[in-house]
Design a protein around this ligand. Structure first.
Ligand code: XUL
Ligand code: CO
Length: 441
């Protein structure tokens, strides 16, 4: 059955188009920096925000009008699969992502839940045969059900640790069955509210044990997806263990997991951690840990995860700059972990939202590639650190000096040369690139 009957395939029409159902900047075939946009951008639709989210918030009921909502139970799950593949096809989006509970209803026992999952996974697999859309990643929702009240792998209850493990086991099997390219672990309720009742050391050790068991099981069943940790500093818990990339990286190294994981970096999680999106991407990149991206944006005026579709071109440009410097995202992609606003309740808003997000990242890609081609920021940085390319600086970098020699170097020195950081000029240049890249289109 078709659900978006008034909407046809979304095509690229260029920047002058006034058709709201057309891409203005995302042209999948256009080559930028040696690869097509489709190859670089690897967009994914988030199943939960697009097919299950109902628009409810802590103060009000759901608002979303979804033609598949006339069904319930397994019929609803099946209708969502039909709607999903129709939307993937019409948007020409190459990937999708889901949590276990997004695709199938939970039963009274895990055995029943797994049976429901098997039915829907078989249906998805069937649809994937006739579709270009592949699975970027799946994950286990180990946070919504009340059983996860005190966490999942970091729960104070060993039975819940076991339950969480069993759900991830099933998730890994599903990922393998559907050819998933990555598998995500977002902390959910892995964190704590207060130290007054928390054994942090045991919880962290248990998390480490949990991840090792996941790595072992994936190996055992021959599932070679890239494992990804998705950091977030707070919400739902006050202190999330995977606060940001730096914290997550320290954890992975402490538990000897760093070779098995990379990071899935979400823009809104970065800003909640008090970082910019590009900071998190950069920190992961320079440590060889940049895996994938949850492409959204937060509201700087609000202190929670608003998961908006990305439309800020300055941010998408600096994000794509990091991704290009990384040589792309490899197996990763740009997953729209983003939801339409509560007031954007019509089914067609799902198309407008994805078109806006895809165009924003396509535009960001083009500007970022131009900045790189012209070495705008690279020249700035190279010039700023040139004192490390000769003399004492070179000795520091080469590791051929020590405190005694360094002291000798400065003991009688009275003049130190500095150069301006030129931040305002740099920002003006970026604005120029943002405006000029599309001036003639
Ligand atoms: C929550 C969040 C999750 C993960 C997957 O803030 O981002 O949806 O992306 O569990
Ligand atoms: Co996310």
């Amino acid at each position: 059955m078709a659900y978006f009957t008034d909407i046809n395939k979304i095509n690229f029409e260029g920047a002058k188009s006034i058709n709201p159902y057309a891409f203005k900047y995302y042209n999948p075939e256009e080559v930028v920096g040696g690869k097509t946009m489709e190859e670089y951008l690897r967009f994914a639709v988030a199943y939960w925000h697009t097919f299950t989210m109902d628009g409810s918030d802590p103060f009000g009921a759901g608002t979303m009008v979804r033609p598949w909502d006339k069904y319930s139970g397994m019929d609803l799950a099946k209708a969502r699969v039909e709607a999903a593949f129709e939307l993937f096809e019409k948007l020409g989006v190459p990937y999708f992502c889901f949590h276990d509970v997004d695709i199938a209803p939970e039963g009274n026992t895990l055995r029943e839940t797994n049976k429901n999952l098997d039915t829907i996974v078989a249906m998805i697999k069937d649809y994937m045969k006739d579709s270009k859309t592949k699975l970027l990643w799946n994950t286990a929702n180990n946070f919504t059900h009340p059983r996860f009240i005190h966490g999942a792998a970091s729960s104070s209850s060993a039975d819940i640790f076991a339950f969480s493990a069993a759900k991830v086991k099933k998730g890994l099997e599903i990922g393998k069955e559907l050819g998933g390219e990555n598998y995500v672990f977002w902390g959910g309720r892995e964190g704590y509210e207060t130290l007054l009742n928390t054994d942090m050391k045991l919880e962290l050790d248990n998390l480490g044990r949990f991840f090792h068991m996941a790595v072992d099981y994936a190996k055992e069943i021959g599932f070679d997806a890239q494992f990804l940790i998705e950091p977030k500093p707070k919400e739902p818990t006050t202190h999330q263990y995977d606060f940001d990339v730096a914290t997550g990286y320290a954890f992975l190294q402490r538990y000897d997991l760093q070779d098995h994981f990379k990071f899935n970096i979400e823009a809104n999680h970065a800003t909640l951690a008090g970082h910019t999106f590009e900071h998190e991407l950069h920190y992961a990149r320079v440590n060889g840990m940049l895996g994938s991206v949850d492409a959204n944006q937060g509201d700087p005026l609000l202190g929670w995860d608003t998961d908006e579709f990305p439309t800020d071109l300055y941010s998408t440009t600096l994000a794509m700059y990091e991704i290009l410097k990384n040589g792309g995202l490899g197996k990763g992609g740009l997953n729209f972990d983003a939801k339409v606003r509560r007031g954007s309740f019509e089914p067609e808003d799902l198309f407008h939202a994805h078109i806006a997000g895809m165009d924003s990242f396509a535009a960001g890609l083009k500007v970022a590639q131009k900045l790189l081609d012209d070495k705008v920021l690279e020249d700035v940085v190279e010039n700023r650190y040139k004192s490390y390319t000769e003399g004492i600086g070179q000795e520091i970098v080469n590791g051929t000096t020590d405190f005694r020699k360094l002291e000798e170097h400065v003991l009688d020195k009275t003049e130190f040369k500095h150069q301006s950081g030129r931040l305002e000029q740099i920002k003006a240049t970026i604005n120029q690139y943002l405006l000029q890249t599309f001036a003639d289109q």
